[in-house]
Design a protein around this ligand. Sequence first.
Ligand SMILES: Cc1cc2nc3c(=O)[nH]c(=O)nc-3n(C[C@H](O)[C@H](O)[C@H](O)COP(=O)(O)O)c2cc1C
Length: 353
Amino acid sequence: MSYLDFGIFIPIANNGWIISKSSQYMPSFSLNKEITLKAESYGFDFAFSMVKWRGYGGETQHWDYALESFNLMAGLAAVTNTIDLYASIAIPTIHPAVVAKMAVTIDDISNGRFGINIVSGWNKLEYSQMGLLTDDSYLSYRYEYATEYVQILKMLWQQGRVTYRGRFFELDDCLCQPRPSRDIPIVCAGQSDRGIQFTAELGNYNFVLGELATVSDINLRLKQKAHTYNRTVGTYALFTVVAAATDAEAEARVGDLAENADISAIQAWGGALATDRDGGMAKAMQAEIFMGIPTIIGSYATVAAKLDQLASETTIDGVLFTFPNFVEDITAFGEFVMPLLHCRQQPKNAIAA
Ligand SMILES: Cc1cc2nc3c(=O)[nH]c(=O)nc-3n(C[C@H](O)[C@H](O)[C@H](O)COP(=O)(O)O)c2cc1C
């Protein structure tokens, strides 16, 4: 059994990762601060926020309200002490030299606890509403664009000034000072072969969507690919946990969420997935209230057993969690699930940035 890092996928957009009329709330700094401080107090290793520029409407207006990821993490950096913080950047929207400096700033605020999730961009509507990516061809070369983008980030952080001529970017004695306190970790959530290759070449961790067998398979492919670049890269799996005192109570919570599904928002979300031309996202997800995120449903003991099973039967490096009711559920997880876990008693296997 290996140690699993734990991360919390904080709700930067309204209603988190459940498209249901019975689970509605707005995102705010104070809500995300409360959740992140609780995660920190229970020993979670990192908090992670997504970037979202447009949601899916419907009765719940799912994800039509979202804070901005870097700004939120900068605020959280100032009020936390130990937990690592990852912000997401949608790379078609902003130049890497700007992002390099934004990251250095949060690295400074957090005393070296900051990392970046690279979002190459899959949902066309988020960008076409801004007049960006109106030409569909971007989807076919988005990871080539991401590769150049991250190479520039790394050069700016390592060298402080860069002249560069690439396919997508030109930098002319471009300054990025001060330099960060450490190599800033890069993570990605590519599910396609090309996305996985990108993380193997340039990232530190890749987030995967799937049940145990899929997670295991992608993890092995990622690690083999990383080996060809002489690198070590970790895998984090994403799960929504719906827990309660008994299995029956947990199932009842899911029943209530499903009965109140916001069908029109689910349909809009499914439609957006169809624009992902290379099929990575479409294959990985199913249109459901949980947005295709695999679930762990059951009593606190059942949840703990499933996490220990993941730690025993795979060589993944950690789990990123979402919950229906983040504040109450992370408290219950910290109080009743974490003490039962064997995987958190194992020696930690850190992957260097
Ligand atoms: C944990 C996780 C976080 C993600 N974060 C974002 C995000 O912040 N914004 C976004 O538009 N897409 C996000 N995605 C989608 C991925 O960036 C990626 O495009 C998707 O998983 C499909 O993989 P592919 O690009 O290799 O086809 C996320 C996916 C996962 C599993």
